[in-house]
Design a protein around this ligand. Structure first.
Ligand code: AMP
Length: 498
């Protein structure tokens, strides 16, 4: 790469001055197990987390469940550095087992419970876990997947220092783990370890999801560990539903809400959400927050939402400031310790301790994304005159629907596995409800007719619900360029999206 052509972002500190720099100084983090344990002990009998049922758990009660989870893992033979796949709906027990994994010094691999067997089997096979912990209704599926994935091969490249499981993958239910009655005296076993905290699976544009080795992370890291570090409490929901959310904002005196643009789109049209005006801070990320929605949120709550930018491989990179101007249509300035640059094509590059160490067992994919220590995000951007970053689009064709990533290629492959489909192309089309919705164009095989309902059922058997096309449009032939590449922009236009 020609470094003379890099455009560097000026960075947060230069813009916001000494006060804010001090306020945002990074705390010195120990391992996540110790951080959680210390904070939960400090919270003691004070409220820490409200379960979706409405029941509050104190810091002490949550820690008891986490320690039970850790002792259940140790009893099942899990050792420091082993991977533990955790699959479940949002619940206090899910979060407690996640902390239990950190306490046991193991590496957390959280998988989406909406995954089909095919998707889950890939995560299990690729991460070579010693144990799987899941919701009770997933136990049977987990047993079958674990049996098929046994006999782990050595890991090459990133993660090759991690231990391989000895013997069969142990299966535990989340409920059983948090009720385990083993002794927990060791404190965190993770102290001094060099393992990553977590493997986050990100769907690769090349097809199979890759596991990003992370020492820092967002959902659990900011939501759970961040709350613990600040001594704040969490109101947990099993799913997004505006009315109970608004009721909790008022009823529990909440001060912050973190959501994705698709959630905000629904919130601004709900009368009950007038209560959001009580919130001190509303944060948006994971997909572009359109300026019209930014304005609607500001008029609903009387304060500008704070938009920021991040990704599985880097956690949060760039953020609009807490104190200082938040600009619609931008994701703000690089966070302390993060360097951001644009190459000559406008691709956003990131460097800093927040950047992951590589894709588990995938040296080739890792090398492709790094250039002289810079991580290539695959996103295109520009800086405004104040150095605020604007995301212009993705150089890849990633679709973000309802906050979830959908890679066209994966959906296309599953559609093509139907006997009536000769070819398929999947694009994302802007949608009021989902941010983007998945639309599939399919070319029927000669003499066959595509029945959209049966094709959607076929897709639903193989893909998580958010990846299943909302619309299926038959087409005689896919538009292609001279190189034979499908013209996605043309399809988006035909689907009414551009
Ligand atoms: P993930 O790895 O699932 O977190 O997805 C990361 C991708 O989401 C990034 O590469 C961006 O394309 C997109 N993204 C995240 N935050 C924003 C944002 N605030 N605006 C636009 N795109 C975003």
């Amino acid at each position: 790469m020609d470094f003379s052509s890099l455009t560097l972002a000026p960075g947060w500190q230069a813009h916001l001055g000494a006060d804010l720099t001090a306020a945002h100084r990074r705390p010195s983090l120990g391992d996540l197990g110790s951080v959680a344990e210390t904070s939960l002990l400090e919270l003691g009998d004070r409220r820490f987390l409200r379960e979706p049922s409405g029941n509050w758990l104190s810091g002490r009660q949550f820690l008891d469940r986490s320690r039970a989870g850790a002792s259940a893992l140790l009893a099942a033979g899990v050792r420091p550095g082993d991977r533990v796949v955790l699959v479940g709906q949002n619940s206090a027990d899910f979060a407690a087992v996640a902390v239990g994994v950190f306490l046991a010094g193991a590496v957390l691999v959280a998988a989406n419970p909406a995954y089909t067997d095919r998707e889950l089997a890939h995560v299990v096979k690729d991460s070579r876990p010693a144990a799987m912990v899941c919701d009770a209704e997933l136990l049977e599926r987990a047993e079958a997947i674990a049996a098929a994935a046994s006999g782990a091969l050595p890991i090459e490249g990133p993660g090759s220092d991690l231990p391989l499981p000895q013997g069969a993958i142990q299966i535990l239910s989340i409920r059983q783990a948090v009720a385990h009655e083993g002794e927990w005296t060791a404190g965190s076993l993770a102290a001094g370890r060099s393992w990553p905290a977590m493997v986050a699976y990100t769907s690769g544009t090349t097809g199979a999801p890759k596991g990003a080795l992370l020492t820092h992370m967002h959902g659990l890291g900011v939501g759970l560990i961040g709350s613990l570090l600040m001594g704040s409490s969490i109101v947990l929901f099993s799913r997004f539903d505006p009315a109970p959310l608004a009721a909790a904002v008022a009823g529990e005196g909440a001060t912050m809400f973190f959501g994705v643009p698709a959630m905000y789109r629904r919130l601004v049209s709900e009368p009950a959400c007038a209560d959001f005006a009580r919130l001190r801070l509303l944060v948006s990320g994971s997909a572009p927050l359109p300026p019209d929605l930014f304005d609607q949120i500001r008029s609903l709550v009387g304060a500008a939402p704070l938009e920021r930018y991040g990704m599985s491989e880097t956690a949060m990179n760039v953020s609009n400031p807490y104190e200082g101007p938040r600009k619609a249509g931008t994701v703000g300035l690089p966070l302390p310790g993060v360097e951001v640059a644009l190459d000559s094509k406008g691709e956003i590059l990131v460097r800093g301790e927040n950047v992951f160490s590589g894709y588990l067992g995938n040296p080739g994919a890792t090398a492709e994304r790094f250039d002289d220590g810079w991580f290539r995000t695959g996103d295109l951007g520009s800086f405004d005159s104040d150095g605020y970053l604007r995301i212009e689009g993705r150089s890849s064709d990633l679709i973000i629907s309802g906050g979830f990533n959908v890679y066209p290629r994966e959906v296309e492959e599953q559609l093509r596995s139907h006997s009536a489909v000769a070819d398929a192309a999947v694009v994302g089309v802007p949608s009021q409800r989902w941010g983007e919705e998945v639309v599939a164009f399919v070319v029927p095989t000669a003499g066959a007719e595509v029945d959209a309902d049966s094709l959607r059922t076929h897709a639903a058997e193989r893909l998580a619900p958010y990846k299943v096309p909302k619309r299926i449009i038959p087409i005689d032939a896919l538009p292609r360029n001279a190189m034979g590449k499908v013209l996605a922009f043309e399809l988006r236009r035909q689907a009414g999206g551009a």
